[in-house]
Design a protein around this ligand. Structure first.
Ligand SMILES: *[C@@H]1O[C@H](CO)[C@@H](O)[C@H](O)[C@H]1NC(C)=O
Ligand SMILES: *[C@@H]1O[C@H](CO)[C@@H](O)[C@H](O)[C@H]1NC(C)=O
Ligand SMILES: *[C@@H]1O[C@H](CO)[C@@H](O)[C@H](O)[C@H]1NC(C)=O
Ligand SMILES: *[C@@H]1O[C@H](CO)[C@@H](O)[C@H](O)[C@H]1NC(C)=O
Length: 364
């Protein structure tokens, strides 16, 4: 059924010149997957209702996004005047046409490290996502090398990865890097190192404007809180500390990249940790009524958000999705994504360093 839905959601008709509008290339995990996992054999899929219930371009049908509506890159793109959402790379025929509007390579369950997400079987690790971009890069050459360089110079490259690496690190059931034998500090270094390798590859292929998203406070998501039997309002300190250490190293590394490769290139650190922490802590101030429970799927394993053939097989759905911070046990609602996007677009140095996403877009 989902095949009937056009995968390219065009906001306006087609007379806007592609090179003049906002273009982005999106890399990462389920926070930003726009449907790639629909084309994989995987346990990590968002291809059934009620996923997408508030996604207007599809009429509320699932699109493979792991939330009820738009993701953060969707929202930021729209605000900055994108002609359409970048289509998923793995969708048939996304390549030739979509390269002008950008492409989404993100894949649910994937991480910075190749091993991450093995439990879910199919997923595209970050390194492979960049390999896919390399393929797409060849299509650009129809414009000629000079024009494609100019085109890429203006495009936004966003990377939202690392959450699944952290979650896997804390699940000893998964044989992973010797399962806990690696110290937290070594693990953080390993992640930053491997992410940097991919950033440099993208830079070599012509990317100049980067938004690198830090990891949010996963210790506060319903999945982690339930596994640790944490009561309402409490977060896993251990998980959050590992993340904060990683974020700090990532921020420092990006600062260094800016010194090495700037000012022609700009690496923006998106401080999603502090943004999300603020929202969870002061949720009422942001218009939410619940920052503990997922809107869909409940609070107990296996945490699935699913619409079955009858009421007994269907997950409970909250009454007002705009009042929940969490859509399912892992992912924010569109309502939360809208607030986060606004902060990344127009926030100060404490949320987006050294400049915000709007400034990055406007930068020459
Ligand atoms: C990560 O980096 C290590 C070297 O530190 C390398 O052996 C490994 O293949 C890299 N993994 C990925 C996924 O890039
Ligand atoms: C591409 O740019 C280079 C350097 O700016 C210039 O010398 C060359 O003529 C350009 N090529 C084309 C095909 O425009
Ligand atoms: C990121 O690094 C810069 C430069 O060192 C620093 O000024 C800034 O406070 C850091 N941001 C965070 C959130 O750690
Ligand atoms: C609901 O669906 C399940 C699985 O398809 C089935 O086993 C069950 O009998 C159904 N219950 C009712 C009340 O129809």
């Amino acid at each position: 059924m989902r095949r009937l839905i056009s995968i390219i959601f065009v906001f306006t008709s087609f007379h806007v010149l592609p090179a003049l509008s906002f273009t982005s290339f999106v890399f990462g995990d389920s926070l930003v997957d726009a449907g790639n996992n629909d084309y994989l054999f995987t346990l990590s899929k968002a291809d059934s209702p009620p996923y997408g219930i508030d996604f207007k371009p599809s009429g509320g049908q699932p699109t493979g996004r792991f939330t009820n509506g738009r993701t953060i890159p969707d929202i930021i793109g729209q605000v900055l005047g994108a002609v359409s959402f970048p289509p998923p790379y793995l969708a048939p025929s996304s390549q030739a046409d979509a390269i002008h509007r950008g492409i989404n390579y993100a894949s649910g369950a994937s991480g910075i490290l190749d091993e991450t997400g093995a439990l879910f079987i199919g997923r595209v690790p970050l390194r492979e996502q960049v390999n896919y971009f390399e393929q797409s890069r060849h299509y650009l050459n129809v414009m000629g090398e000079n024009r494609s360089k100019e085109f890429l110079k203006k495009a936004i490259f966003s990377l939202t990865s690392g959450s699944n690496d952290i979650l896997n690190y804390f699940q000893p059931s998964i044989p992973f890097l010797g399962g806990g034998k690696v110290s937290p500090s070594t693990f953080q270094d390993y992640m930053v190192f491997n992410l940097t390798v991919q950033l440099k590859r993208l830079h070599e292929m012509g990317a100049r404007k980067f938004v690198v998203v830090g990891i949010g406070p996963l210790g506060c998501i319903p999945f982690v809180r339930a596994l640790n039997l944490l009561p309402s309002g409490k977060c896993s300190v251990g998980v959050n500390e590992l993340i904060q250490g990683y974020n700090k190293k990532l921020n420092a590394t990006l600062d260094q990249l800016n010194q090495e490769l700037g000012p022609e290139s700009m690496f923006v650190y998106a401080n999603s940790y502090d943004i999300f922490w603020k929202i969870v802590r002061n949720y009422r101030q942001y218009g939410f009524e619940n920052a503990n429970d997922p809107c869909c799927g409940g609070y107990f394993p296996p945490f699935v958000c699913f619409k079955g053939s009858n009421a007994s097989t269907t997950s409970v759905l909250c009454d007002d999705r705009s009042k929940y911070v969490f859509w399912d046990a892992y992912h924010p609602t569109e309502a939360a994504n809208i607030i986060i996007s606004k902060m990344l677009l127009d926030g100060d140095e404490s949320v987006s360093f050294p400049i915000n996403v709007r400034e990055l877009y406007n930068k020459n």
